[in-house]
Design a protein around this ligand. Structure first.
Ligand code: HAM
Length: 427
């Protein structure tokens, strides 16, 4: 049966009031940690020119080949229209902004951002077409110390959020030239086994052979296992960088697995790459991922600037934390019966909100009998009702009724309410 109303686009979700407390909780905890490491927020456009992404992410990546939401802008007065793309990730736009706004030259920057990203993927649990990332990027530091700091900061996110089943995987992709040598060996190896490759991998063989290592197809896993490993081809400096990172992580006590097949799905990376993965989200188990991209700023037209960053998917964090949804039901429902009670009721509500910043107070609007208002109070989930009727107004009082506990209702002078409530709601 066809639906009469227009539905949301496939893979684009409404985040409902029942979910937003958890999202706010996640965002707040992460923001708090980012601030503790002195990262500064940057807000970036959702739309950029298509060529920005295709150049930086790589022409032969899944994202650029088949996942971008791309369309033509309206033509300008000469009839020329730009191709625009809804950002599939945040790093490239951050680099664009940094070059354009002069944020990088001779400076060190620690930046973070949050917001929706768009990829035309096949939706499934943990994978959507509009999804939200919180990401961070550091510019101007080339040593393994900042790689370790970033990983340390991500570990603190999990600690603050109470997530403890994530495994850290790290790898080094070396430099462009070590990758070129490695690439030759890899192409030779996979060419020797050409008939055993699946169609996707055969297509990638000459365009982007490293991505074959990323394949999830179980039928070619044995072949991938036996393939030459990038770590054996690392140049001396990359080797020293990777050793430096591992030593720092060992020293700080962060447990990790070196995963030689971790190559990441975007082409801009070099040296350190890492992912935090969980087994409890099925095939979409990467919660947070990132790495170094020392050539991207220069490649995009800026001065050579080393860089490293990561991003995490908020939906995946929310799935992991779905058992701990924070409560956002109102604490108190204010019932006002009789026309004259409304003005006093509103002043009372404002004074309570002034005095008790943690209080969630829902004032009744729309009039009605005591019975109908009381029904709404009960339905709201509030713990208590404050009742203001004409009797109470005359006596400058308010009646307090517990809605979830068997306690007698009490009358309080309006001047005493804050004092009575403050032990419940002051912090
Ligand atoms: P990414 O691995 O493409 O990296 O995405 C990072 C994270 O975003 C993933 O680990 C996952 O949690 C989440 N994510 C990605 N795609 C989806 C999707 N379709 N639905 C739900 N969640 C998703 C990047 O985006 C890089 N920009 C990270 C980075 C920053 N590297 C350096 N700096």
């Amino acid at each position: 049966m066809s639906k009469k109303y227009i539905q949301a686009i496939k893979g684009m979700n409404d985040i409902l009031p029942i979910q937003t407390p958890l999202w706010q909780h996640i965002e707040e905890k992460i923001r708090h940690v980012l601030e503790a490491y002195s990262y500064q927020e940057i807000r970036l456009p959702l739309l950029e020119k298509t060529e920005l992404f295709s150049r930086a992410i790589g022409e032969v990546t899944d994202i650029v080949e088949k996942e971008m939401f791309t369309f033509l802008d309206r033509p300008d007065k000469h009839g020329k229209a730009d191709s625009l793309t809804l950002r599939p990730e945040g790093t490239v736009g951050c680099v664009r902004a940094g070059i354009e706004q002069g944020l990088f030259y001779n400076q060190i920057r620690r930046l973070w951002y949050m917001g929706p990203m768009f990829r035309h993927e096949n939706p499934q649990k943990g994978r959507y077409r509009q999804f939200y990332q919180i990401g961070a990027e550091v510019y101007g530091l080339s040593g393994p110390d900042i790689d370790a700091e970033i990983i340390l900061m991500t570990a603190r996110f999990w600690q603050h959020l109470g997530i403890n089943d994530l495994e850290l995987q790290i790898n080094s992709l070396g430099t462009a030239s070590t990758r070129a040598t490695y690439r030759e060996h890899l192409v030779k190896y996979f060419s020797d086994h050409h008939s055993e490759l699946d169609a996707d991998s055969q297509r990638r063989l000459h365009k982007n052979p490293l991505r074959i290592l990323d394949s999830k197809n179980p039928e070619i896993q044995a072949l991938i296992e036996a393939a030459p490993q990038l770590l054996d081809y690392l140049d001396e400096e990359s080797q020293a960088h990777f050793t430096g990172l591992k030593q720092l992580l060992d020293h700080i006590g962060i447990t990790y697995q070196v995963n030689p097949r971790l190559v990441r799905g975007l082409d801009y990376y070099n040296r350190t790459v890492f992912e935090w993965v969980t087994k409890s989200l099925g095939s979409q188990g990467t919660v947070c991922a990132g790495g170094r991209y020392d050539s991207l700023v220069e490649q995009q037209g800026g001065h050579s600037t080393p860089a490293i960053g990561f991003a995490m998917g908020i939906e995946r964090l929310a799935l992991l934390l779905s058992q701990n949804v924070p409560d956002n039901t109102p604490h108190i429902y204010l019932i006002m019966v009789g026309e004259k009670t409304i003005t006093q009721g509103f002043s009372l509500a404002e004074s309570l909100r002034d005095a008790l910043p943690k209080l969630r107070l829902l004032t009744h609007c729309g009039g009605g009998s005591f019975k109908s208002q009381f029904k709404r109070a009960d339905k709201s989930g509030a713990l208590m009702a404050l009742i203001l009727g004409e009797d109470e107004i005359a006596k400058q009082q308010v009646t307090l009724k517990y809605l979830r506990e068997k306690k007698p209702q009490i009358s309080l002078a309006q001047t005493e309410i804050v004092e009575y409530l403050s032990p419940f709601f002051s912090n």
